[in-house]
Design a protein around this ligand. Structure first.
Ligand code: GLN
Length: 287
């Protein structure tokens, strides 16, 4: 507990990171929480370490720190997470965007796609991937779907906040509402964790919907469904890019091969783990 007889400075608050024993990013967590209480950015904390907090700021900080000690994700406490430099509203209806998913965005932007590409993001959650792509490529027309109406509402809120007009967001269980629609590019970060993975009992994932994390068949069921069904929704030469678990690269390449895709390749994330696998559905290239 804080000693009320002493003025509580920024420096004193930052040191309380040591109380977050279970977080792998304790210092960053505390800085983000404190910066939000002070309504400043993190650089401010380093510039003004001696600044004294008001009583209201101290109690707001204490409340956030306590919730974080209980395991609540920082993104949920702040209601926001940055992805690809875009501030995204986050709630407990979806996955919290991960930096590793930026690998997929980067890979897409390196592809040779038509200027006015038609793009589909399956299981969009906060809208992270779709909105990042739409912001980078204003000429593309991006469709984003999620089976959860709450996720669709959240992604739509994010779209409006970012004033992106080249994204349409709608409820669909994978391809269920997309009959006859075809795309140059289909991307997805589907659930891919095995239900018995001990990782599910630790950290932020405990506060995220299982439906966004877990899939049957060792985490491969949704990946397989997408690989197979995407064939009907890709224009000739269209690309499919999928995020997956770091042990699933070989299995996903196998699924793509079996389904008739070509130019199959797995890319690694910032931690050098297999993270994204892509393939091209046969046909003439677009350009
Ligand atoms: N990469 C996330 C995790 O390991 C899982 C994301 C997903 O299932 N799509 O926590």
């Amino acid at each position: 507990m804080s000693d009320v007889s002493q003025p509580i400075t920024i420096q004193v608050c930052v040191q309380r990171a040591q109380e977050l024993e279970h977080s792998e990013s304790a210092r960053l967590d505390v800085e983000l929480l404190l910066a939000s209480v002070l309504e400043r950015d993190r650089a401010y904390l380093y510039t003004w370490p001696e600044k004294v907090l008001t009583e209201a700021q101290v109690s707001a900080f204490e409340a956030l720190l306590t919730a974080r000690k209980d395991g609540r994700p920082v993104a949920h406490l702040l209601g926001e997470r940055e992805f690809w430099g875009l501030p995204l509203a986050v709630d407990d209806s979806t996955l919290i965007p991960r930096p590793d998913t930026e690998t997929l965005v980067e890979a897409v932007l390196a592809l040779d796609l038509p200027d006015k590409a038609q793009v589909l993001d399956l299981g969009t959650g906060t809208g992270a991937i779709a909105l990042a792509l739409a912001s980078e490529q204003p000429q593309w027309s991006v469709t984003a779907v999620d089976f959860s109406a709450a996720a669709v509402a959240l992604a739509e809120r994010n779209r409006q906040n970012l004033a992106l007009t080249n994204v349409g967001i709608m409820v669909s269980n994978w391809f269920s509402q997309l009959q006859c629609r075809q795309f140059h590019l289909i991307v997805s970060n589907p659930p891919y964790i095995d239900e018995n993975d001990p990782h599910l009992a630790r950290g932020d994932v405990r506060f995220e919907p299982l439906s966004a994390l877990v899939a049957e068949n060792k985490g491969l069921a949704d990946l397989q469904h997408i690989v197979e069904t995407a064939r009907e929704h890709l224009l000739p030469g269209g690309r499919l890019l999928l995020e997956h678990g770091y042990t699933q690269g070989e299995a996903v390449r196998g699924l793509l091969l079996e389904a008739g895709y070509q130019d199959i390749e797995t890319l690694t994330d910032f931690g050098s783990n297999d993270r994204v696998t892509c393939g091209r559905y046969p046909g003439k290239p677009f350009s």
